[in-house]
Design a protein around this ligand. Structure first.
Ligand SMILES: Nc1nc2c(ncn2[C@@H]2O[C@H](COP(=O)(O)OP(=O)(O)O)[C@@H](O)[C@H]2O)c(=O)[nH]1
Ligand SMILES: [Mg+2]
Length: 327
């Protein structure tokens, strides 16, 4: 491994290794090539990556004419994937359209959305993927839909506050519970080996502009203990600004900024790790093999004095800045 590859490079490399599709692999490789330091020591690696890239591009063009892919498999992107769920017309597509770059299909008629549509939003430098979904009803669920939910990090129930929230919750929870997709304090969902199947779930109560006075409070009285809930309106924009922070909180991740020794940290492009991650987890996120050579870290942030030395098992906090020192 040539020396002086940067954290940025290793980040792109990690993206490449975790990429779920050929298209995503291509993007990651291009990123690796773009951020690679340019000098003699990297010539070999560069040639190697270019070779891989052209192979992948070839495969991608071939595949286009080939067999169809499962449209319900949505490759994960960003620091977390949130799949929405709700009954027809509850307001799912409007939320995805308001938050992300995706062309979600907002419509007055039900079943306008027939396949998952992923969109990407950013909250304070963190990319969060939101997936618009076909509706669920008591009678009909699109085949394949379960697969999308099985694969996501978090499920957001979208409730139309102006129309029978109790009935909507019944339909949605029926769907999730009957497929072991729901996890909360009352419902741990595990398979026979004890693996978790269920997802954490929260609720977005929308159409606040149409709802009757006190509808949200009533909803929270009934469901608040099991599910965190927010109130928004895609129409007036009420609550939409706070929604980004709420979604970030639901993902339970922390932002960590890498600082090369003697340089300023890149505050625009944090690494994201599960809450509770340690210095060693961060080192592994940058580069698995390099992590074993970690000698110590210096941290600027919460619960430490500036530049404090920290051991491998030190638990990091959201927004910490970390400088890693290797052997
Ligand atoms: N007044 C109001 N209408 C909304 C709001 N959100 C969605 N709608 C309307 O409700 C209908 C269904 O919305 P859509 O997002 O397509 O619902 P979906 O079927 O769950 O994806 C459309 O006519 C939207 O314009 C909202 O917050 N307020
Ligand atoms: Mg829709």
């Amino acid at each position: 491994m040539p020396a002086n590859l940067t954290p940025e490079y290793f980040k792109a490399e990690r993206w490449y290794r975790s990429a779920a599709s050929t298209e995503e692999k291509i993007l990651a490789l291009e990123r690796m090539l773009a951020v690679m330091p340019k000098h003699k020591g990297t010539d070999h690696l560069k040639a190697d990556l270019r070779h891989k890239l052209s192979k992948l591009k070839e495969a991608a063009t071939k595949k286009k004419g080939g067999k169809q892919q499962d449209v319900f498999h949505v490759p994960r992107g960003g620091s977390g994937q949130i799949a929405l769920i709700g009954t027809p017309n509850s307001g799912k597509s409007s939320i995805v359209a308001a938050l992300t770059n995706a062309k979600a299909n907002v419509a007055e008629f039900p079943f306008a959305t027939s396949v998952p549509v992923p969109g990407m939003m950013t909250f304070e430098g963190v990319a969060i993927q939101i997936v618009d979904m076909p509706p669920v009803t008591a009678e009909f669920v699109a085949p394949g839909q379960v697969g999308t939910y099985r694969n996501c990090d978090l499920i957001g129930i979208v409730i139309d506050l102006s129309a029978e929230p109790v009935e909507q919750m019944r339909v949605v929870l029926d769907f999730l519970e009957s497929r072991s997709l729901l996890m909360d304090r009352e419902t741990p969902a595990v398979d026979e080996h004890g693996n978790l199947l269920g997802k954490r779930v929260f609720v977005i109560c929308t159409k606040a502009d149409l709802a009757s006075e006190g509808a949200f409070e009533k909803f929270r009285d009934k469901w608040g203990k099991r599910f965190e809930a927010v109130k928004v309106s895609a129409e007036t924009g009420e609550g939409m600004e706070e929604l980004g922070g709420f979604l970030f909180k639901q993902l339970r991740i922390i932002r960590i900024y890498a600082k090369p020794p003697g340089k300023k940290p890149d505050m625009d492009d944090p690494f994201t790790l599960p809450a509770g991650s340690t210095v060693m987890d961060m080192a592994e996120a940058i580069h698995r093999e390099l992590a074993e050579k970690l000698r110590f870290a210096r941290i600027w942030g919460t619960g430490v004095y500036d530049g404090q030395n920290a051991q491998r098992n030190h638990v990091l906090c959201d927004r910490d800045i970390i400088e890693l020192h290797f052997n």
